[in-house]
Design a protein around this ligand. Structure first.
Ligand SMILES: Cc1ncc(COP(=O)(O)O)c(C=O)c1O
Length: 406
């Protein structure tokens, strides 16, 4: 009998972390690897946020707090939801955890058990299916197509919902595809969801502020208020304010669910780091111009990376509307031969080739539930992106049998 719990048997190691490990190994061996696999902004946390944290420490923000967030941080989060999303949440309807990741984990562990299904559109953020499996539930995937900009259609959703569905996870802008939904598109999902009164929706809005569309950001509970009592709206400061290492995420949702999420957190990690809560409060209540500057920088990089990749034979890169990733198809590189006679038979093989031949670290799309694709993040400077494209181009030029018709 294994020492390890059966629930671990179906959990897969994160492909993002695996590629990061390989890239680090190559860097340690002295290679000049360009890392485009990470999921964090390269910008530094704005100074006023760091200052608030330093002052917080001086004032004694060094002790335990309430398990799921200080009253003043919850007040700042409630104000953010009201200001930016037109959503009203009381402190009892808000939970703060060590990143959006912990908040999502708490919600799934609190509600999902054997036989329960969680619907996840593909391509998806790698952690969703494994969190569902850790909760002993079943991820059910809803495929989307690059030709339709990776958008799930209401009829696709209708097809995968079942009496066993506990949750639908919506993530827009999405990691990895960058897909976003307009208010009208969300309303069309709401129409489907009204037919399934027992299905809850986890709306992961973590990339809310990294959005390039003219239309403003919309979230489900805002456009379908009648569904608000079965929606958990998840967000955080990691991506918006370049605060990945501070580990603060939060959610607004029905008080009964929020209470259970707090109970789980109370028996696992307790409160998120006190000083980080002070910093997150400063981020949410302070000047917001950083969001505009960051978005403009990301937009420029996105445009240059998409153009650079589309100039490479065998790659086809749609223009994402949000987040800081591109997700090109590498179908034209599948079946090609390398100079030493190996065949690239999968996106994982392509990614390994790009790492060893071009010294560019990326992540295979199959890890996000959709191959053959490659995910590249553009959380690096424009110069580095141009260098990465030139290297990828040179490596692809060495392949035999590249196709441009797929
Ligand atoms: C889609 C999505 N949701 C949630 C998270 C969690 O971020 P954090 O735990 O830093 O808040 C990430 C991070 O990569 C993500 O890409």
């Amino acid at each position: 009998m294994s020492f390890f719990a059966p629930r671990l048997a179906r959990v897969l190691p994160s492909p993002t972390l695996e590629m990061t490990r390989l890239a680090l190994e190559m860097k340690a061996a002295g290679h000049d690897v360009i890392g485009l696999s990470a999921g964090e902004p390269d910008f530094d946390t704005p100074d006023f946020i760091k200052q608030a944290a330093i002052e917080g420490l001086r004032r004694g923000a060094t002790k335990y707090t309430a398990v799921d967030g200080t009253p003043s941080l919850k007040k700042a989060i409630a104000a953010k939801f009201a200001r930016e999303n037109g959503l009203t949440y009381t402190p009892q309807e808000i939970s703060v955890g060590a990143g959006g990741k912990q908040v999502i984990f708490n919600a799934l562990v609190a509600t999902v058990g054997p036989g329960d299904e969680v619907v996840i559109p593909t391509p998806y953020w790698v952690s969703y299916p494994d969190m569902v499996r850790l909760a002993e539930g079943e991820p059910v995937f809803c495929p989307t197509a690059p030709e339709r900009g990776f958008k799930m259609r209401p009829e696709d959703l209708d097809r995968v919902l079942s009496p066993r569905t506990k949750w639908l996870i919506l993530n827009a802008p999405s990691n990895p595809s960058g897909v976003t939904y307009t208010a009208d598109e969300l309303r069309a999902f709401a129409d489907v969801l009204r037919k399934y009164p027992d299905v809850w929706v986890l709306s992961d809005d973590i990339y809310e502020h990294i959005l390039y569309t003219d239309a403003p950001f919309s979230t489900l509970a805002q456009v379908a208020p009648d569904l608000k009592d079965r929606v958990l709206t998840v967000n955080g400061v990691s991506k918006a304010y370049a605060m990945t290492g501070w580990r603060i995420g939060y959610a607004g949702g029905p008080a009964a669910l929020i209470k259970k999420m707090g109970e789980i957190q109370g028996h696992s990690t307790s409160n998120p780091a006190t000083v980080s809560q002070v910093a997150a409060e400063a981020a949410l209540t302070g000047p917001q111009d950083f969001l505009i500057q960051q978005r403009a920088a990301f937009r420029e990089r996105r445009d240059s990376l998409v153009a650079g990749l589309n100039a490479i034979p065998g790659l086809r890169c749609p223009l994402p509307e949000g987040a800081f990733y591109v997700f090109p198809s590498c179908a034209g590189l599948i079946g090609t031969q390398t100079a030493d006679g190996a065949t690239l038979d999968s996106d994982t093989a392509v990614v390994k080739y790009l790492l060893t031949e071009a010294l560019v670290a990326t992540v295979p799309g199959s890890g996000f539930g959709l191959g053959p694709h490659v995910r590249l993040s553009y959380a690096v400077s424009g110069d580095v992106l141009r260098k990465a494209c030139a290297r990828i181009h040179a490596a692809v030029d060495k392949l035999k049998g590249v196709r441009t018709d797929v």
